[in-house]
Design a protein around this ligand. Structure first.
Ligand code: ADP
Length: 222
């Protein structure tokens, strides 16, 4: 059983890397942001409550998020958590519920990149309405502007991917999520990985960091 947490500021590439690693290591990828956006799209009770927080760039209150993620996590055998936990309270609750299930977080991968890189990545991000593929207008543009290369669907910008909201999300990360680094360092599971450069290069660094850390590597070397 393996459970990994992906941490790092908005725009650092957690989602991109998480999809690849989950596939490679056979983990269920749980992205709290995607789960919230699906609830908002479907106008569920949770979605209606969460919408204003997500749009403003603030965090959704812990009590709304914790069950949404943990119920799914405890249903799965091995998971990769992306975007959760985001506060110390969420991490403490995760530890508590995991301990009851005789599980523990095996590794917390912290991806890092300088703030100007993060803003550019966030503001340039577009995703396909149909197939969810992601591109960036600055470093991986689609062949035809506004149209997905994969399926021909329309590319859209997330409501919180503008410069002002991105700045706020980065401040919220510094205030509320960064303290988690010490939580996982103290637990001896923190793996810091430089998130700048090509996605494939970052992916190789992540695999190497996990393989070096584990006596029984669950992901082979690149
Ligand atoms: P990013 O990593 O680019 O900030 P996400 O898709 O992970 O994007 O999250 C988008 C928004 O969803 C956050 O700004 C926040 O409002 C909300 N959110 C996601 N995960 C959590 C969480 N664990 N706790 C509280 N709010 C969350």
């Amino acid at each position: 059983m393996t459970d990994i947490v992906f941490m790092g500021p908005p725009g650092v590439g957690k989602g991109t890397q998480a999809v690849v690693l989950a596939e490679r290591a056979g983990l269920i990828h749980l992205a709290s942001g995607d789960l919230l956006r699906a609830n908002i799209r479907d106008q569920t009770e949770l979605g209606l409550l969460a919408k204003s927080y997500v749009d403003s760039g603030g965090l959704v209150p812990d009590e709304l998020v914790v069950d949404m993620v943990l119920d799914r996590m405890l249903d799965a055998v091995a998971t990769l958590l992306d975007g959760f936990p985001r506060t110390v309270a969420q991490a403490v609750e995760l530890d508590r519920r995991f301990a009851l299930a005789h599980r523990r977080i095996d590794a917390a991968v912290l991806l890092t990149a300088p703030r100007p890189t993060l803003i550019r990545r966030i503001v340039g991000r577009r995703s396909c309405r149909q197939c969810r593929a992601q591109i960036n207008i600055y470093h991986s543009p689609s062949r035809v502007e506004g149209i997905c290369d994969v399926c021909g669907g329309k590319l859209m910008t997330r409501s919180d991917d503008n410069t002002a909201t991105a700045q706020l999300r980065l401040d919220v990360y510094d205030d509320q999520t960064r303290p988690l680094v010490e939580h996982y360092r103290a637990a001896g599971v923190l793996r810091e990985v430089e998130g700048t450069g090509e996605p494939a290069e970052v992916g190789s660094r992540i695999v190497a960091a996990l393989a070096a850390a584990s006596p029984h590597p669950m992901v082979g070397s690149p």
